[in-house]
Ligand binder design. Structure first.
Ligand SMILES: C=CC1=C(C)c2cc3[nH]c(cc4nc(cc5[nH]c(cc1n2)c(C)c5CCC(=O)O)C(CCC(=O)O)=C4C)c(C)c3C=C
Ligand SMILES: [Fe+2]
Ligand SMILES: [Fe+2]
Length: 369
């Protein structure tokens, strides 16, 4: 086992801190070949599909990739923007705004980067860049409020795998979950209330989370419980009764049972029961993406209306809303406690001088030897 070549260690160098906002990833283009590349990497992750590897390799390569890549590419094409894939565009903007929010809160010398678990920019390339920029403290901030082994757990795997090749590993902090964090719940509440102020209230609020196989719940994954907690806290902040909202799970993949109730059949049942208007939000997604813009705002809307529903309102994800940017800054800040990111100007000047002195002393020692 050999490690990556380290830059020479220099005494007194000023270490930076970094926050890495990590999202799932998305294809580079809405084409069959780009989607195939993305799906191959994503669906080959044993955290995502827990089927014996050889069996899954055959299913993935012989059935899923040949058929799904083209179908998914058409869906991606329907939501693609001039700037690119919505998931990537939002994550990039969030990272930039988060840097500004941290600076406004008095943090200095904190780099904010964004990375994708699958596709680009990849975690290894971003972590390597941060090292070359002298970031000696890294906080990993997954874009997922609820922990699941399939998402956050997989980000951890990729971070560990990267640093397994590095000799001088930075100090690492991992933000595991923020499903009950006040700033997150408040940001969700604000976006629902803003929507209601502009468009009036629905008969039912549907909170749709991405699904996972039910088996993962039975095997100890906390994701389901965390989704229900988020929903309960949001409902409380909105002062909703149990009859006024419903929690559902979307994006089922394959034939196995996933978390229930499923979103689309629930919407059809509501329409058939005579519910005329539903508002739907996806609290588990912090940025809009294929699963919200196509599967929900287009397909699920169509399902509801075809079954007799009259008004389907999709409430956008938190994206770049100021309340959520401030929320992310607060969450990141709480995980950077003890890091020297809050420095006064005299402290920075003193650090600089101490660094210069240490370098001069190291050079003098080198010359004497
Ligand atoms: C195969 C199993 C899958 C599991 C388990 C899974 C969990 C999971 N996913 C998200 C968030 C997102 N998923 C997205 C797309 C997507 N998800 C799967 C499959 C599983 N997800 C597939 C095959 C796809 C690709 C699209 C398709 O072909 O249907 C996205 C959107 C990506 C984008 O480019 O916009 C997000 C976001 C969570 C939160 C989660 C478990 C909690
Ligand atoms: Fe997914
Ligand atoms: Fe989907």
């Amino acid at each position: 086992m050999s490690f990556q070549t380290e830059p020479p260690y220099t005494h007194g160098s000023i270490d930076r801190s970094a926050v890495v906002l990590v999202n799932l990833g998305t294809p580079d283009a809405p084409t069959s070949s780009a989607v195939r590349r993305y799906l191959k990497q994503f669906l080959s992750d044993p955290r995502v599909v827990e089927i014996p590897r050889l069996v899954w390799w055959c299913i993935l390569n012989l059935i899923i990739l040949p058929f799904r890549s083209g179908q998914s590419a058409k869906k991606y094409a329907s939501i693609w923007t001039r700037e690119g894939s919505p998931l990537k565009v939002h994550t990039q903007k969030q990272a930039k705004l988060l840097a500004g929010a941290l600076a406004e809160r008095g943090h200095d010398g904190v780099t904010v980067a964004m990375a994708m678990r699958y596709g680009s920019p990849s975690l290894p390339e971003v972590l390597a860049r941060l090292k070359s920029e002298g970031c000696e403290r890294i906080a990993i901030l997954p874009a997922y409020p609820q922990y699941s082994g399939t998402t956050t757990g997989s980000i951890y795997d990729a971070v560990f795998a990267h640093y397994a090749t590095v000799r001088n590993v930075p100090e690492l902090r991992f933000i595991k979950q923020y499903h009950e964090h006040d700033t997150y719940i408040d940001a969700l509440r604000d976006s629902v209330l803003n929507h209601w102020e502009a468009h009036g209230r629905p008969e039912k609020l549907v909170m749709s989370f991405h699904g996972v196989p039910k088996r993962t719940l039975l095997l100890g994954d906390p994701y389901h419980c965390q989704c229900l907690k988020t929903a309960r806290l949001l409902a409380e902040k909105l002062k909703l009764t149990k009859e006024q909202y419903v929690v559902t799970f979307q994006s089922r993949f394959g034939k196995a049972e996933w978390l229930q109730p499923y979103t689309a059949p629930t919407l059809v049942a509501l329409a058939q029961q005579g519910v005329k208007r539903v508002d739907l939000l996806c609290p588990g997604f912090t940025s809009d993406c294929l699963e919200t813009l196509e599967e929900i705002a287009m397909e699920a809307k169509h399902d509801f209306e075809t079954a007799g529903g009259q008004q389907f309102h999709y409430i956008a994800c938190l994206n770049e809303t100021p309340a959520w940017i401030a929320g992310m800054a607060e969450i990141a800040e709480q995980h950077m406690i003890g890091w020297p990111t809050m420095k006064t100007a005299p402290q920075r000047e003193a650090d600089k001088k101490a660094g210069e002195q240490a370098r001069t002393a190291a050079l003098a020692l080198g010359a004497a030897n």
